[in-house]
Design a protein around this ligand. Structure first.
Ligand SMILES: [Zn+2]
Length: 199
């Protein structure tokens, strides 16, 4: 099976295929007509680990239309938003819930328009919530997960995801560190944002 349409690498003037392939987050890409033109290995691994959900079948994803894979109100919401991203050329961020039988998960989605409205690249990151009581231990738990060896946490100044300190290469959406940034959170650029905006 193929994970990308033959033309996909030529559309990537903002990203390199290698970076998307290496990324530990679930990433997929759509044509301007919202057909799937790419899924990365992390997307396939996530789909298989969750027993074939959510989204489209990663065993033969190419050419599947996104709007055949989603139903109900979500479908018109997404269509309207994705059309707006294509028309404006402006990146869009979205938070969505994706519960399984055992866990309730929420994701942060960054949607990057490819140049000349040739498609969309969609990067999904786990959202890490701070419990409602803001006690010291909760802050310490975040520090335990995100402080790097130098004592600073690294947040992407563009998409505002924060890098885990466990060598997983995963960048999480940490709401507690969006509105209220502790002094030990330093700004950096995550690999996809670096390629897309600075290269
Ligand atoms: Zn970023």
């Amino acid at each position: 099976m193929s994970r990308y349409a033959p033309t996909f690498p030529t559309l990537l003037d903002g990203f390199s295929l290698e970076t998307l392939e290496r990324d530990r987050h679930s990433i997929f890409a759509l044509s301007p007509g919202f057909d799937v033109i790419y899924v990365n290995p992390a997307y396939c691994a996530f789909w298989e680990a969750n027993g074939g959900t959510p989204g489209f079948d990663t065993r033969s994803p190419i050419g599947v239309n996104l709007f055949d894979a989603i139903a109900g109100v979500t479908r018109s919401f997404y269509r309207e938003r994705l059309e707006r991203v294509l028309a404006s050329g402006q990146r869009w961020e979205n938070l969505y819930a994706c519960p399984s039988a055992e866990t309730h998960r929420e994701y942060h989605q960054g949607i990057y328009p490819l140049k000349n409205a040739q498609g969309l690249v969609i990067i999904n990151s786990l959202k890490v919530e701070r419990p409602t009581d803001l006690d010291a231990r909760t802050g310490a738990e975040l520090e335990l997960a995100y402080l790097q060896s130098g004592g600073l946490a690294s947040q992407c100044s563009n998409c505002r995801r924060t890098l885990r300190n466990d060598d997983s290469g995963l960048w999480d959406w940490v709401p507690a560190w969006i509105a209220d940034l502790p002094a030990y959170v330093s700004h950096t650029i995550c690999p996809p944002c670096f390629e897309y905006y600075w290269k």
